[in-house]
Design a protein around this ligand. Sequence first.
Ligand SMILES: [Zn+2]
Length: 475
Amino acid sequence: MFLVLFLLSLGSAGKAEASGAKIYLDGEQLNLPSGVKVLNVNNSIMVPIRVISENLGYEVKWEKSTQTVSVLDSVTAVHMNVGKTQSQVNGIEVQMSIPPMLQGGTTLVPLRFVSTEMGMDIEWDNQIKAVYLTSSAPPVATEPVQVSPPPAGSVGSNPGAVTPVEEVTPVSALASVDGISFVDNQLLIAVSGKVTPKVFSIPSPDRIVVDLPQSFLSSSFAGSDQQVGKETILPLEGYPDVKQIRYARFSASPETVRVVLDLHTSKAYELTHQNGLITLNLNIEQTAAPAEPASSGKKIVVIDAGHGDGDPGAPSVNKRWEKDFNLAVAQKVGKLLEKETQIEVVLTRSNDTFLELKDRVKIANNLKADVFVSIHGNSNNSSSANGTETFYTRDASLSFAKIMHSHLSKATGLKNRGVSYGNFHVTRETSMPAVLLEIGFLSNKGDETQMFKEDFQNRVAQSIVDGIKEYLKVQ
Ligand SMILES: [Zn+2]
């Protein structure tokens, strides 16, 4: 089964989903080619393949007929296909969490996947929205940098392709629909400006309709002459649930864009709208919670080991990974909580797998958990930064955070950095009291030595359990 991506794409102007992320290579900030936009799609940083060739110095090949992007150096060859999550690395099939996509004639590839496969270390600093790449062995730039300029039309080397003049409209109060695509069983609509989408489903035949009031199709929808009611159809192949996408300027008064998903069977969906990207997700039952707990009358505790698999988190001073530390502590907490007769414990991950932040949240929200605890190790450019810190986002979590921190801080014996507000996805989007524990600094020698010791982890796990029990008033 292949995922097929269809994208219509973006105008020339900066789009709201541009993440504004900075990219550092070996400590130097990269000067991205002009007109290049770094996008954040479901927490994956997507970059134009130009960045891979011009900034990272790898050879990039683009084959338009097969929509194949190849990234090469003297030892590694990564082949990816637009819209497909299967890739080949030195002849071996490797799954990607998000496929390359076409946008406005530019091919975007997931930066984390490419750089990891090419042997770089990658870290994401969410606070300052920066990607840090470390090249273990510098890519062998056999050719001077201008390697294989991709064919015209495949890459955003030509921002003038969409004449900005056409974007001058008398409709400044309207939102502009800049892109419509279907990726990974999700309908993505890129919008500039304010819009409140209306979604509803209609049976026989099954459809999901997304209406965008006070919106117009931007000039980047070439070929559509903006005649009211004139539909453009995008057939989809390889998706079990969705047959095709249709969109049109549905009405001129009020100005409305309508997007319709024609389904093979009726589907539940979830709509989110963030940073100019409207996402209609059809994957929602995948993380549906095991349905037993609610009836038991037990308190439900979700323990979240941060990061996992291809997202290793921060590296430690002794080259150990944050994901492994987080998992070790989470498993210990899980074991202890399993003995509690009044508590049902759920781990978001119990092995080295990767979960999107939103899926971690969904697990807790679907379960209607009583508390959520995310376990992390901290890191800082300065190796002297050290200590234990507890973060919360919503006010409703503050008293839980204080209780958790008092137990945790005593148990670690590290510097007490206190309880802080932090705008983390998992503590913000969960609907129950939620904390994110930064147990210690992996970038600090003293902290790190402790953190990978068995008895330290056992003490920390016990303190997390004690804090949860105190907060939930469980004996
Ligand atoms: Zn972390």
